[in-house]
Ligand binder design. Structure first.
Ligand code: SF4
Length: 270
């Protein structure tokens, strides 16, 4: 079986090879939740997952009135109202041009690179990649721009999206990635794409796949700030949760690290 790499596993790898090893090679699910903030994080994650399902159903044509009945928390209610009120999404009239929960994959070295998109919308000869985020803080664009998700999703759409473009691969310039924040509905982050960026991303992805293939050890990161919200701290003797929530990015990372549902832990098989 060909092993699979995703934006999540690659993000883990670039942040900490040890985390990559624990999560994807040793397949250790994150340790049991021990504290109240962690329970809150988990509840928030579940609500985020429900929100994704609501939107996906809406985009395949299930009537809003039917979906309204599934909204069962204050957070969900707010996010759902924000979504429905957003002028960009009210413009989604022709569902045939919308591809919610699209999964694309392409070879990457000895692996397959796989991504599940919240939505790919084809509009005016352009491909818009939408990703819904339920973060409690709006991250900086610079942080988002550097994330593996932003790089993988756009590059993979160039490589594997021809079936969405009448059989012709998309040019990078046709592609834009849009993060829409359910808590900050008017502050989307948009990232266009160029041939140069595609080349840069392709080189990076090839390099990472080679490194992962040939790695003989998986050392813990030297950057201990990466450990603050890492669920594997107890495996690495990196202490209890640090009080570093003032940084937006630290919060974002906490949300991503606790999220084991959207992309399964077992996605990489050796
Ligand atoms: S606690 Fe730190 S060193 Fe250990 S896996 Fe997590 S990020 Fe890596």
């Amino acid at each position: 079986m060909t092993a699979i790499l995703s934006q999540s596993s690659l993000q883990d790898y670039v942040e900490c090879a040890r985390r990559f090893e624990l999560r994807y090679l040793k397949r250790i699910a994150y340790p049991a939740i021990e504290s109240e903030p962690a329970l809150e994080n988990e509840k928030h994650q579940q609500e985020g997952e429900y929100f994704h399902r609501l939107v996906q159903r809406y985009l395949i044509g299930i009537p809003k009135e039917q979906l309204d009945r599934l909204v069962n928390s204050d957070n969900l209610q707010r996010w759902w109202e924000n979504f429905l009120a957003n002028p960009d999404f009210r413009g989604f009239k022709d569902l045939r041009n919308l591809h919610p929960e699209a999964t694309l994959s392409a070879p990457l070295g000895n692996y397959r690179l796989l991504a599940k998109y919240d939505l790919i919308a084809i509009q005016n000869n352009r491909a818009l990649i939408y990703d819904w985020k339920t973060y409690r803080k709006r991250p900086r664009n610079e942080w988002l721009s550097a994330r593996m998700q932003t790089r993988v999703y756009r590059a993979l759409l160039v490589r594997a999206g021809a079936h969405l473009n009448n059989g012709k691969p998309f040019e990078p310039e046709q592609i834009e990635m849009i993060y829409w924040f359910a808590e900050f509905p008017n502050e989307s982050a948009r990232f266009t794409y160029t041939q140069d960026q595609y080349k840069r991303d392709s080189d990076l992805l090839a390099k990472l796949a080679d490194e992962i293939q040939s790695a003989s050890s998986h050392p813990p990161t030297d950057d201990r700030t990466k450990c603050n919200y890492c669920p594997y701290r107890s495996y690495c003797d990196r202490g209890v949760r640090a009080g570093d929530a003032s940084q937006a990015e630290a919060e974002m990372e906490a949300e991503e690290l606790f999220d084991v549902n959207f992309e399964q832990i077992g996605e990489i098989a050796f």
